[in-house]
Design a protein around this ligand. Structure first.
Ligand code: ADE
Length: 521
C-alpha cells in the first residue's frame, strides 16, 4: 500500500512515521510513505503558497494552484506505476494481448488507476475517523492525504480533488499533519503482514462494538493486586468467557454509545437464532463485528457486511421485506449501490429483482458446523504446515498461486477478489511434493468456500483435509464455521455431511446488480 502526503512540513511527517511498526513495515516493503512538499509546486517567485481570503476574515488561505499541481504530480506517478505493472494483470487463461492491444490496455490501466485514487482532506469539518474507515482505506492500493494549514484551503481545489473529508475528532489542531499521521498509523496496521502476530489486528478494541478486555502480565501480584485467577487456570473456554464478560462490562461502563450498538446486535442475534441454520451468515456477521445494522424490527433484519459491502436481508412477510428493501436502497453506497444481496426468503426474490434492479445468481443451502469441538486431523494433514509421510501440509497461499485459483474460480469471483483473499491470508493450499494439490478459502463475509482439489489428487481425502483445516481454524478464532452449498452441488453436500455439518431446511438466494440490458428489458 502506498501513502502520499501533500504537506508543507514533510520532515514532520517522515520523522513521525519512520519509527517502530510502521517504519519496519515500510522497510519490509509492505508500505511506502511519500511526502510531497506543496511549496515545491508554487509558481510564486517568493515560494509563497498562501494569500488573503476574499471577503476578508482572519488568517491566510492555501492557494489552489500549488495544491492542485502537487496532487496532479502524485496522480501521474501513481498512473505510471500502474502502467508499468499492468502486464501482470492479464488474467490467466486469456490470450496475451498483441502489441497494439497491450498499449491500449496499459493506457486504460493508467487511466483507471489515476481516476480512482482516494484523496483524503484531513479537516475538523470531516466525518469522524473510525476503525471501520481504517479497514476500508487499507484495501486501497494508494491513498493521498492533503494536509491543510493556516485557515484552510481554497474551496475550488478541494472540490476538484478531494474524495473524502475526514476529521480525527471535534477539536482543532494547527495543521493536518498530525491527523494524517494518526490515520496512516491506524490504516497501516490493517494492511496484511504489518502486524507480525496475524491475529492482533482482528481482535482488539472496537471489534464487535466491544472494547478490549483487561490484560495482565508478570508478576502475578503487584501492589497487592492479583491477576484474576481464571487467567491462570489453563482452561481456554473459561478464559474466553471471562474476557468476553470483562469486555462487555468495560464497554457498558466506559462507552455507553458503543454498548448500545453492541446490545442492538445481541437482540438481532437472539431473533435470528430462531432459525439458526438459515441465518448463520447474518449471526456470524454480527458476532464477528462486521455488521452494520441497516434495519432491525423483530425478525425483520437487514445488514450490510462492512468487509465486503454485501447486503443481507431476512423478512417475516412481503410487506416488511419491501419496506426493508426501500431502506436498503436509500442507505446503499451512493457510488456502487447494491452490488450483491443475500435474501433469506424465496418470496422476496422477484420483488427484490424489480424493486432494486437485481438478477439471480444462485440459491444455496446454509451449512453449519454446530459443535464446538475441533475435528480430528490424524490421517488428513500435518498440523505444522509441512508435508509428512504422504500427508499434505496446509499453509497460506502466496500470490504465485493466484493463477491456479483463478483457473477454477475466475468465472464466479474475479481475479481482484482472489488477490485480495490471498493478500489477507484467507486462502490456504494443500501441498504435496511441494506442488499445490488443492485449496480452500474464507470469503470476505466469513463463509468457508472456494474448495477445490486438482484432478490428479482426487480420491485422497484432500477435500476433507482442507475443509477440516478451515473448520478448526474458525473454531480457534471463536467463530461458528459455516459455508454455503449451491443447490445441486451433490459432491460438496456429501463432503459437508460426512464432516457432520448441518444443512438449513430452506435456502438463501444470492442476487447481483443486473446488467444494463437486463434492466431495460
Ligand atoms: N486539522 C485540524 N484539526 C483537525 C482535526 N481535528 N482533524 C483532522 N484534521 C484537522
Amino acid at each position: 500500500m502506498h501513502f502520499h502526503i501533500l504537506t508543507l512540513f514533510p520532515d514532520m511527517v517522515m520523522q513521525g512515521l519512520s519509527q517502530s511498526i510502521i517504519g519496519r513495515a515500510a522497510e519490509r516493503g509492505l508500505l511506502s510513505i511519500e511526502t510531497v512538499n506543496i511549496r515545491d509546486y508554487t509558481k510564486d517567485r517568493h515560494r509563497k503558497v498562501d494569500d488573503y481570503p476574499y471577503g476578508g476574515g482572519a488568517g491566510m488561505l492555501m492557494q489552489a494552484q500549488p495544491v492542485y499541481d502537487a496532487w496532479k504530480a502524485v496522480k501521474e506517478r501513481i498512473a505510471d506505476r500502474a502502467q508499468a505493472v499492468s502486464p501482470q494483470h492479464v488474467p490467466c487463461g486469456y490470450a496475451t494481448p498483441q502489441k497494439g492491444q497491450a498499449q491500449d490496455a496499459r493506457e486504460q490501466t493508467k487511466q483507471a488507476a489515476s481516476q480512482r485514487v482516494r484523496t483524503v482532506y484531513v479537516t475538523p469539518q470531516g466525518a469522524t475517523f473510525t476503525q471501520q474507515m481504517a479497514k476500508e482505506l487499507a484495501k486501497e492500493e494508494d491513498v493521498i492525504f492533503l494536509c491543510g494549514h493556516y485557515e484552510g484551503i481554497d474551496e475550488r481545489v478541494l472540490e476538484e480533488i478531494v474524495t473524502d473529508y475526514i476529521s480525527i475528532g471535534d477539536y482543532v489542531l494547527t495543521g493536518g499533519e498530525l491527523p494524517a499521521m494518526v490515520m496512516i498509523d491506524a490504516i497501516s496496521r490493517m494492511v496484511p503482514g504489518v502486524l507480525t502476530n496475524g491475529e492482533s489486528g482482528d481482535t482488539e478494541s472496537f471489534e464487535g462494538n466491544l472494547l478490549e478486555y483487561p490484560q495482565y502480565s508478570r508478576p502475578e501480584e503487584w501492589h497487592g493486586k492479583s491477576v484474576p485467577k481464571v487467567l491462570l487456570s489453563g482452561n481456554q473456554r473459561m478464559i474466553d468467557a471471562w474476557r468476553r464478560e470483562a469486555a462487555v462490562a468495560r464497554t457498558r461502563e466506559r462507552r455507553p454509545d458503543l454498548y448500545r450498538k453492541y446490545e442492538q446486535g445481541q437482540e438481532c442475534i437472539a431473533s435470528l437464532k430462531k432459525q439458526k441454520l438459515l441465518h448463520m451468515d447474518m449471526i456470524e456477521l454480527i458476532a464477528r463485528g462486521q455488521a452494520q445494522i441497516i434495519f432491525a424490527e423483530g425478525a425483520n433484519i437487514c445488514l450490510r457486511d462492512m468487509a465486503s459491502g454485501i447486503y443481507f436481508h431476512t423478512a417475516e412477510n412481503e410487506n416488511m421485506g419491501k419496506r426493508m428493501l426501500k431502506e436498503l436502497a436509500k442507505q446503499a453506497d451512493a457510488a456502487s449501490g447494491v452490488g450483491l444481496l443475500v435474501l433469506h426468503q424465496e418470496f422476496m426474490v422477484e420483488q427484490a429483482k424489480r424493486q432494486i434492479g437485481l438478477s439471480d445468481i444462485m440459491a444455496c443451502s446454509q451449512v453449519v458446523y454446530t459443535k464446538r469441538e475441533k475435528l480430528p486431523v490424524t490421517g488428513l494433514y500435518s498440523v505444522d504446515g509441512e508435508e509428512h509421510a504422504g500427508q499434505p501440509g496446509i499453509r497460506p497461499l502466496g500470490m504465485e498461486h493466484i493463477d491456479a485459483v483463478v483457473r477454477h474460480y475466475g468465472e464466479i469471483v474475479d481475479r481482484e477478489y482472489i488477490a485480495d483473499r490471498i493478500a489477507k491470508q484467507a486462502m490456504f493450499g494443500a501441498f504435496l511434493g511441494g506442488e499445490l494439490a488443492g485449496f480452500v478459502g474464507m470469503h470476505a463475509e466469513g463463509s468457508i468456500g472456494m474448495l477445490h482439489v486438482l484432478p490428479e489428487y482426487r480420491g485422497r481425502k484432500f477435500g476433507k483435509a482442507l475443509e477440516t483445516y478451515m473448520i478448526n481454524r474458525c473454531l480457534e478464532r471463536g467463530y461458528t464455521p459455516y459455508g454455503q452449498v449451491a443447490v445441486g452441488n451433490g459432491i460438496s453436500k456429501q463432503l459437508q455431511e460426512s464432516l457432520g455439518l448441518c444443512f438449513s431446511r430452506s435456502c438463501v438466494y444470492w442476487l447481483e446488480k443486473a446488467q444494463e440490458e437486463e434492466k431495460e428489458r
